[in-house]
Ligand binder design. Structure first.
Ligand code: BG6
Length: 531
């Protein structure tokens, strides 16, 4: 046999590892097409590479993909940043972050190999010359490393830098796809705009350079294993879909609760607040996955068309109704997990009189044939009693109370999809308590990932980055979807700006939010589920 080239060796080695990995992995959810596919050779260009997001999420996800041989053999990363690193010192920086944030530690050889693929490009976002130099570097690397002219740009910078970076990429022609091969794609982090107008403007600016099919807007909730399972749960099972509508469902509650405060992101959060940070994106995405019609195929646009229809069917609250339909709150000091914590206004980089909301709850309706009249209650908050993200489908009561005389009245059925933590799905139904009398008690059938599957679920960022590399847009939000979500929440901000100042703080850290959030459901004769 003729001696193999280094590249052939790498590919053969990759193949062996992949086969070994495939044997070791037994999780049926990960079998099939996705595992077989490895992205095309390419260069990832990461803007904002010295930032928190890159070090906490992006590098650990890339390292895990590398560890499991899901990165192509010919792959390189150019880390762009302002700070004065060279290749060696930047790699050391990444190594330190991996120690802290990697899901599974890389063995030293693998880590060396991964870090060796990273080069640092120092440049200020406003310095045109640095983009010219970047463009030349990319071309040089394609020739040297066989990355076949494919480039994945990744914007993990402050959102204010997005338009400038995109237009500079365009000015240098770095967005140009080469005829007959050589794709160019761009991943954009959230927040995408801060209201409907700015989101539209940002979409226009991006679309001046890239086509929609090249743009990957991240909402990391869509990459979570439990969120991806929502579609499987709804559409790969026959027994739930017939019940999934206004005839059987009384209401839906979706909660994204965090026990953490704003940590060291005070300045960012002051500008953002709970509506922009979580309601506009994560919560409305969960709502659209729960409420959408089955797509005809799994093609990205078939799926996104269905989600878009839901968002367009959510009636934006009228200004007059906002105070009845939407509740905001801000945490004061309190106790979380047995420790005293300061109120929001005392957090670092936060104004002592801040009116930024750290909690929001709302009552929404999806005005379509399936859901008309079924309220969707959404809530999110920082410094709540615990971290819990859950979707609860509350079914209607039985039409005739045959057991009204029983010692305990049966509660209506409930399906709770626990997105995190304790990932799983629970179905509640009434059961007769064993005994001579007639007592009924709610019991649950419980599925937990931990006991059903023996492998860990991937981190959302691993899934999303791999999908962007593979060119699959299903788990990324489209321009019209993002704008539809902003159309729902922008009137809320407008009403708040025009209305009276909120009386903040109005909930103690470590609780479930302001009383007004309970009143929101009590007015409809309902209660938030205790999580
Ligand atoms: C981010 C928000 O999008 O989502 C953060 O900016 C929030 O404020 C985070 O903490 C929650 O994500 P997760 O994956 O921890 O639920």
């Amino acid at each position: 046999m003729p001696p193999r080239t280094i590249r052939e060796e790498r590919i053969a080695l990759g193949g062996k590892r992949r086969r070994a990995a495939a044997k070791a992995e037994v999780n049926p959810l990960r079998e099939g097409l996705r595992l077989e596919r490895v992205p095309d050779p390419h260069i990832t260009v990461l803007f904002g590479s010295t930032g928190d997001l890159s070090h906490r999420k992006v590098f650990p996800a890339l390292a895990q993909l590398s560890r499991t041989n899901l990165l192509p053999a010919d792959w390189a990363l150019i880390a762009v940043g302002r700070r004065p690193f060279d290749d060696e010192s930047f790699r050391a920086e990444v190594a330190t972050s991996l120690k802290q944030y990697a899901r599974v530690a890389l063995d030293p050889d693998m880590e060396r190999q991964f870090l060796g693929r990273i080069t640092y490009h120092r440049g200020d976002f406003s310095d045109s010359a640095s983009y010219d130099a970047l463009s030349a570097k990319i071309e040089g690397m394609h020739l040297e490393q066989g990355t076949e002219a494919n480039v994945l740009f990744y914007l993990a910078t402050q959102p204010s830098a997005f338009p400038l970076i995109v237009s500079e990429i365009g000015r240098c022609g770095m967005d140009h796809e080469v005829h007959g091969g050589g794709w160019r794609r761009i991943v954009v982090e959230k927040p995408f705009g801060r209201d409907l107008d700015s989101a539209r403007k940002l979409n226009r600016e991006m679309l001046r350079v890239f086509r929609e099919a090249q743009i990957y807007r991240i909402d990391h909730y869509l990459g979570k294993e439990t969120v991806r399972n929502l579609m499987v749960f709804r559409f790969a099972n026959g027994i739930f879909e017939p019940l999934w509508n206004r005839r059987y469902v009384d209401h839906v509650q979706i909660t994204v609760a965090e026990s953490l405060g704003v940590e060291d992101r005070g300045a960012f959060y002051e500008e953002t607040g709970a509506v922009r940070d979580v309601l506009q994106n994560h919560l409305l995405q969960l709502l659209s996955l729960v409420a959408m019609e089955p797509p005809a195929t799994l093609a990205a646009d078939a799926l996104r068309d269905e989600k878009l229809k839901v968002l367009r069917a959510v009636a934006p609250a009228s200004k007059a109704n906002i105070s009845r339909q939407i509740v905001r709150g801000q945490y004061g000091d309190g106790w979380v997990a047995g420790n005293p914590v300061p109120g929001y206004r005392a957090e670092k980089e936060v104004d002592g009189h801040s009116e930024t909301e750290t909690f929001v709850a709302g009552r929404f309706e999806v005005d379509d044939w399936r859901w008309s009249g079924v309220p969707f209650y959404l809530r999110t908050g920082k410094r709540m009693a615990k971290r819990a993200t859950e979707i609860a489908i509350q079914f209607r009561e039985v039409p005739h109370r045959l057991f009204a005389e029983a010692a305990t009245d049966p509660q209506p059925n409930l399906l709770a999809i626990r997105v995190q933590p304790d990932e799983g799905i629970l179905l509640r139904f009434g059961s007769k308590v064993p005994g001579l009398g007639l007592a009924i008690r709610p019991v649950t059938m419980d599925f937990t990932y931990g006991t059903a599957f023996s492998t860990d679920a991937p981190e959302a960022y691993e899934t999303l980055i791999l999908d962007a590399m593979l060119g699959d847009q299903s788990l990324f939000t489209r321009a019209d979807e993002v704008e539809a979500a902003w159309s729902i929440v922008t009137p809320i901000h407008e009403a708040w700006v025009d209305g009276p100042a909120p009386e903040f703080p109005d909930y103690a850290a470590g609780t479930w939010g302001p009383e007004a959030a309970d009143d929101l459901l009590a007015r409809d004769g309902r209660r938030w589920r205790r999580l």
